[in-house]
Structures are given as C-alpha cells and as structure tokens.
Design a protein around this ligand. Structure first.
Ligand SMILES: NC(=O)c1ccc[n+]([C@@H]2O[C@H](COP(=O)([O-])OP(=O)(O)OC[C@H]3O[C@@H](n4cnc5c(N)ncnc54)[C@H](OP(=O)(O)O)[C@@H]3O)[C@@H](O)[C@H]2O)c1
Length: 214
C-alpha cells in the first residue's frame, strides 16, 4: 500500500519505518525536509515531501503531528488529497500546559474529542483513531511477556477500520473496535493514563491489554 505519513517527529518516523518494514511504500510529509535527513539516510526506500505531496501520494494517510497543529496539518495537506482515504489519526489533544503530578492536560473535553473535530471539518476523509494509546518505542511489533497488546480504535467508516485492523495485525497488535468517532472521547485520554508511570517512575515500556472472560 502507498502510505503518506504527515509529520517528522518520533512517532511519524517510527510508524513510517514500520510501514517500510512491512513492505509498504512510504512518503513522509513535513514543512521542513531537513528534519528528516537522518531518517532518509537510514531509510533509503522512504520518500520525503511536503504535507500535500505526502497526502496525495498515500492511498492511506497517517496523521502524526502535534495535537494542537493537527487541523492545520490536514488543512495544509489539502482536503481534496484526503478525500475518500483512510486517515489513521495518531494525535493526542495534549495541551501546552505542563502535567500535574504526572497527569497530562488536554485541550478537549470529555464531551468532544479531537477526532470528532477533525472528522467534522474533513468530512470526506475516513478518519480512524489508532496508535495513540502507546509510546512510540512500542508501536511497531512490540514484544511483551503478556502477549499481543490491544489497540483501541474508532471511526465512522467500517471499511477504513478494516484496513487499520489489517495494519495493526502486521504491526503485532490485537484490535478492539470501540465504534464511531465519539469513542475517541474515551480513547484519547488513555494517553494520560499511559504516560503517568513514565512521568512518575520513568517507566515508558508498557501497553494496554483487554482481557475477556471465556
Ligand atoms: N510521542 C509518543 O510516544 C506518542 C505516542 C502516541 C501518540 N502521540 C501523538 O502523536 C503525535 C506526534 O507526536 P511526536 O511526539 O512524534 O511529535 P510532536 O512533537 O508532538 O509533533 C511534531 C510534528 O508536529 C508538526 N507540527 C508542529 N506544529 C505544526 C504546525 N503549526 N503546523 C503543522 N505541523 C506542525 C511538526 O511538523 P514539521 O515536520 O513540519 O515540523 C512535526 O512533524 C502527537 O499528536 C502526539 O500526541 C505521541
């Protein structure tokens, strides 16, 4: 699959590397290609462009920019370049204010998630929340003693979620589909919970798992 990855931070680089590892074609999109010079050296098959070029290139698009910049990044990518495509939304609505006793602050409320805001503006894009509830270092084929961890996903388009389910299988995750975009009101704050052991004890190597009886 051709994948356009919007972003040049650790998450964008890690996921782009994961897509390349699993045989996909990747173009990263950034406002500053110089930031990706080292990544390009290590990943010669990966391409680099601006936000619109990467979005246009992708049959699927990954949004991996700072939460406060997520709408601007999609605007820069261009609604027409996203139309009809699965867009994996990895972003978290983390506010610029510092954490309190290890608890991050969000700029959204429990009645409206960032995913809903983005889906409302980009109606023709098929947004799916995924990969937001784990740290970058554990996103691609993580190995845990307890087996495959669970990635919670949601989105309005069933076909797009099926595509993301397939990607998560490749990346070593089991998928828990939590339904439509409103479920992001619960999935996005998981980033707060996930980060607490990190901020309090410098423990960043864990993931969530859904256990079922029977
Ligand atoms: N860090 C983690 O372990 C982790 C885990 C799960 C989810 N997430 C989420 O994943 C996203 C990426 O996280 P990150 O830590 O890799 O990087 P980050 O520092 O949160 O974001 C860096 C990216 O944001 C873009 N950006 C910043 N301001 C922008 C603006 N005004 N307009 C357009 N783009 C702008 C930058 O684009 P340029 O390339 O153009 O400079 C850069 O690619 C975040 O939403 C984060 O909450 C992070």
């Amino acid at each position: 699959m051709k994948v356009g990855v919007l972003g040049s931070g650790d998450v964008a680089k890690t996921l782009a590397g994961g897509f390349l590892k699993h045989g996909h074609d990747v173009m990263m999109g950034t406002r500053e290609p110089a930031k990706l010079k080292e990544w390009a050296g290590k990943n010669p098959k990966g391409k680099i462009g601006g936000f619109p070029e990467a979005a246009k290139f992708g049959e699927m698009v990954v949004l991996a920019v700072k939460g406060t910049a997520s709408a601007d990044a999609l605007r820069a990518a261009g609604a027409s370049n996203l139309s009809g495509k699965t867009v994996i939304d990895v972003t978290n609505p983390i506010a610029d204010a510092p954490p309190v006793n290890g608890v991050l602050r969000l700029f959204t409320s429990l009645d409206e998630s960032l995913l809903e805001r983005l889906q409302r503006e980009f109606k023709e894009a098929k947004l799916v929340k995924a990969f937001n509830s784990v740290g970058g270092a554990c996103m691609v084929n993580p190995e845990f003693k307890g087996g495959r961890p669970t990635m919670f996903i949601c989105g309005n388009d069933e076909g797009a979620k099926k595509t993301v389910h397939g990607i998560l299988e490749q990346f070593g995750w089991e998928t828990a589909d939590m339904g439509k975009v409103e479920a992001a009101r619960a999935i996005e704050p998981l980033c707060m919970l996930w980060c607490i052991p990190g901020f309090l004890r410098n423990d960043w190597e864990h993931a969530f798992k859904m256990l079922r009886k029977g």
